[in-house]
Ligand binder design. Structure first.
Ligand code: ADP
Length: 896
């Protein structure tokens, strides 16, 4: 209240207090108080006097309204008159009350109505402001909203779209108006959306759906759209308001999830194993199992109906306890479950599975879910079993061979760069070490190598460890005090197909015995070699001796043909006798050495024993007669043996002549022939001689052993029995002797019987020196011979055949030339010539057409039948051995 009159101030204040107890009244009398009130405005109604000393009511009104237009101002004036009231009303006061005692009531009414009006206006203002604020909020919200917002009228025509909508659709708010919004929908989704939208509008219902927007630029987004009908207070449909939310990301995530899920499902359900999940702590109460479980004869549904029971049914009884225990433990601890076991599938077939499961943890890190897979490892298991079986087999094989087998791997950490991983138990027997000793300490083996070998052996082995080169060596090992063994070690590096080293394999064999046998064999070979050398030497020497002997005997024979005084004849006889003895000796040495050298060739054929015996007896008869020994033979019947006829005769003659030589006066020699129990033929030569002491019996067949006979003047070489035994044995027979001192000896020849009887024919002719008469026909003889004395001998012989002209040469080639020129009637050809060998000359001679008919007689010191045969088949007319038997030679000469 602005009032300069103190009484009025009091009166009004009083009246107001009384009427409006809650109303607070401020009475202002002075100007400064009014100024203060203006500057600190806090009033709901103003009552002002019209005439105030320092101002007037109109001024106050102006100032108050300027400050608070809604504040009611009541003019309370003592100035009556209409002009004042009109002026005041014009100026905008809300009421005008005249001052008078009655007018206080008017003032109260005026204040009351002013207050009411004020309240109304206030309320309206607040409502208006609230609406404005709300609108603003909505607009801001709708503009800023992260979802698209749109509004349509009752016909579905767009009246509003927000920023987000524009953003999502790429269509400006203006263009969206009316039916413009429809362009925003993805063409593919349009039919669906329009249809749905139309239905919703027709029914006045909520529209909802997921569809795509495509901007004019072609950007596609997935949306979730909703629109709700707007209705007036009376319930009529006024339009729709709706939102669209961008769900592209969600759809993407969903799609991704779907794809991922599909991919994993594919993996799980197309994989080789049965995949399962089970809540942790449920005792493997599976809540998922992949379709592969069908390989056990159950569908996933059947299985999951009662997983624990089905599982228990499937598990092989022998594995039940172990696997269950492992499962219980894992389900308690959450540690990885990893077991191999057998299940018996619905067909009763045993399937090996490898089952492993891991726990998945929840967000708080607590074990939540078992995730596991079971793989069918039956094949692997079977293969494993096969490998084990094969390993077993090879191991038992390895552990049975009489050698130590070991396996070692390269190991740079061990002192020698390798480490043994296996050694066969034979190490015990062969090297005296247990397998443990061998394996635990490589030095045990290394220290056993003989000190003389250790150096090179270890160097070689260590180098091989580095290079990977195989080796095979022989060395000595000291097994115990004074016991040394020879071993052979073979070691090689085993590599896989890519040539990566796997391990070393070695075999150590005890070759002590082998070495010993080897040494013996070597010694024997050396002896045999020496023996062969000796035989060869003897053979050569005898051969060489024959040549001069040829001359000696030849010339002595020639001399013997002359009329000589008796003392000279005796000398010639001596020469001949000694010469023949020497010749015998040489022949026998030659035979023995040939047999020993293995170059004696025998031609075994069925030979009639009776015939051979009688031939030999006849041959020895003159000798026996001379010594006054009675010689007899028992008829041996029709028996034949398999023998070389010539050699068989040689043996019999030797035995018979021994019987005659070593006998007593008027003694007897008898040949008896019989069949043994074994079916063989035995020819016994029995004499009545001095016998042989038992102690000497064994020596009798040794070469050059004459048992003292050399002192008796009885001729002999000491080779006859030795040669005979060797010959008979070479024919598959035996030669033995039974003897009783002072009673006689019995030499027994045993030979295998012949299957059929031999053709008889050969008759034995005693060779008595006799010169057959010549033919007196003029003939030419070509003699090719390099040995001068032989040449001279033949010249001398031919002096007895004056009608024979002799041409001679010492060279083969020249001989062939001479043959061409002279067309001789006979060619005598020595086998050994300085320029060409006899067989070669013979071949060339045979090749000359005009000489083809010319007989060529070979002269050779080589008496072996093989040699003779070879040359005869080559075309030789005859083959004469040196020393030349003159009678035989002349026979040949005369026969042409
Ligand atoms: P040789 O008769 O040339 O001396 P042998 O080899 O034929 O050589 O005989 C060896 C030795 O055996 C003879 O020197 C002789 O001492 C003895 N001997 C051989 N035959 C008889 C026999 N029938 N009775 C007794 N001793 C014999």
């Amino acid at each position: 209240m602005v009032e300069d009159d103190p009484d009025d101030r009091l009166l009004v204040t009083h009246a107001l207090k009384k009427e409006f107890p809650r109303l607070e009244t401020t009475a202002i009398g002075e100007q400064d108080e009014f100024e203060a009130a203006l500057s600190n405005w806090n009033f709901d109604v103003v009552i002002t006097d019209f005439a105030i000393g320092w101002t007037d009511g109109l001024q106050v009104l102006k100032q108050v309204k300027a400050l608070d237009a809604d504040c009611p101002v009541i003019m309370f004036s003592g100035t009556s008159g209409e002009e004042t009231a009109v002026a005041a009303m014009k100026a905008g006061v809300d009421d005008f009350v005249l001052k008078s005692p009655d007018h206080i009531t008017h003032l109260v009414v005026a204040v009351n109505s002013a207050l009411e009006r004020w309240d109304q206006r206030r309320a309206a203002r607040a409502a208006e402001r609230a609406l404005r604020d709300s609108e603003l909020r909505f607009r801001t919200l709708s503009l800023q909203a992260p979802v698209g917002i749109f509004e349509t009228d009752a016909d579905g025509l767009c009246v509003f779209t927000n920023t987000k909508w524009t953003e999502l659709s790429g269509i400006s708010a203006e263009d969206a108006l009316g039916e413009g919004w429809a362009k925003a929908i993805h063409p593919e989704d349009r039919p669906r959306v329009f249809d749905g939208w139309q239905k919703a509008v027709e029914q006045g219902e909520v529209f909802a759906g997921e569809y795509r927007f495509r901007t004019p630029e072609g950007i596609v987004s997935w949306l979730s759209g909703q629109a709700a009908p707007l209705r007036s207070a009376s319930g009529t449909l006024t339009g729709y308001i709706g939102t669209i939310t961008d769900i592209t990301e969600r759809r993407g995530a969903e799609e991704l999830l779907r794809q991922t899920e599909q991919r994993y499902r594919l993996l799980v359900e197309g994989g080789p194993g049965i995949v399962y999940t089970a809540p942790f702590g449920s005792g493997f109460e599976d809540n998922y199992i992949s379709p592969q479980v069908e390989m056990l004869g159950y569908t996933p549904k059947e299985f999951l109906a009662d997983p624990k029971r089905v599982w228990s049914d499937l598990l092989h009884p022998d594995d039940h306890e172990r696997v269950n225990a492992a499962g219980v433990l894992a389900d308690k601890t959450g540690e990885r479950f990893d077991e191999e076991y057998r299940v018996v599938n619905a067909d009763g077939k045993i399937v090996w599975v490898h089952d492993f499961a891991e726990v998945l943890h929840d967000e708080d890190g607590n074990p939540a879910l078992w995730q596991g897979i079971m793989l069918d490892v039956t094949q692997a298991k079977e293969a494993e079993a096969q490998v084990r079986e094969a390993e077993e087999k090879y191991r038992s094989l390895v552990e049975r061979i009489p050698a130590v087998t070991y396996i070692e791997v390269n190991d740079p950490d061990s002192p020698f760069g390798y480490r043994d991983t296996y050694v066969s138990p034979q190490v015990r027997e062969i090297l005296g070490l247990t397998a443990e000793e061998w394996m635990s300490d490589p030095n045990r083996f290394r220290d056993m190598i003989h000190p003389d070998d250790a150096g090179w052996v270890l160097e070689l082995a260590d180098r091989a460890t580095e290079t990977g080169d195989s080796y095979k060596i022989e060395y000595r090992m000291v097994i115990g005090p004074g016991e040394t063994k020879w071993v052979r070690e073979e070691a090689y590096l085993l590599s896989d197909e890519e040539e990566n080293p796997i391990h070393w394999q070695g075999i150590i064999t005890d070759i002590t015995e082998e070495r010993r046998v080897g040494e013996v064999k070597l010694a024997r070979e050396a002896a045999e070699h020496a023996n062969r050398a000796k035989s060869e030497f003897l053979s050569r020497m005898s051969h060489e001796l024959r040549t001069p002997l040829n001359a000696v005997l030849g010339f002595a024979q020639l001399l013997g043909l002359e009329e000589l005084p008796s003392d000279q004849r005796e000398s010639v006889d001596q020469i001949l006798k000694a010469g023949r003895h020497l010749l015998n000796l040489i022949d026998e040495v030659l035979d023995i050495s040939r047999i020993e050298a293995g170059s004696m060739s025998l031609s075994l054929e069925p030979v009639s024993v009776g015939e051979v015996v009688s031939e030999c007896v006849d041959l020895i008869r003159p000798l026996a007669a001379e010594a006054d020994i009675e010689l007899s033979s028992e008829d041996s019947g029709e028996r034949s043996v398999m023998a070389d006829r010539q050699r068989f005769k040689q043996v019999l003659i030797n035995l018979l002549s021994n019987g005659v030589k070593y006998n007593r006066d008027k003694g007897k020699v008898e040949v008896v022939c019989r069949q043994t129990k074994g079916g063989r033929i035995e020819i016994a030569v029995q004499d009545t001689g001095p016998g042989i002491p038992a102690a000497l019996i064994d020596a009798i067949f040794a070469p050059f052993e004459r048992l003292g006979a050399e002192a008796t003047g009885i001729e002999g070489t000491g080779l006859g029995l030795s040669l005979s035994k060797t010959l008979i044995e070479a024919m598959g027979g035996t030669l033995e002797v039974e003897s009783t001192v002072d009673v006689g000896s019995n030499f027994l020849v045993e030979l295998p019987p012949a299957k059929q009887r031999t053709e008889s024919g050969e008759t034995f002719e005693p060779r008595e020196p006799r010169i057959p008469p010549g033919t007196d026909e003029a003939r030419t003889v070509l003699y090719i011979e390099d040995n001068l004395s032989n040449l001279t001998l033949v010249e001398r012989i031919l002096e007895r055949r004056p009608e024979v002209k002799l041409i001679s040469t010492m060279q083969g080639r020249l001989g062939i030339e001479l043959a061409r020129q002279h067309h001789p009637d006979l060619i005598l050809l020595d086998v050994h010539l300085p320029d060409l060998q006899g067989d070669e000359i013979l071949r060339q001679l045979m090749g000359v057409p005009e000489l083809r008919e010319t007989p060529v007689v070979m002269l050779s010191a080589d008496a072996s039948p093989g040699h003779r045969e070879a040359l005869m088949t080559q075309g030789a007319h005859d083959y004469l051995t040196k020393p030349l038997d003159i009678r035989r030679f002349l026979e040949v000469l005369d026969s042409i």
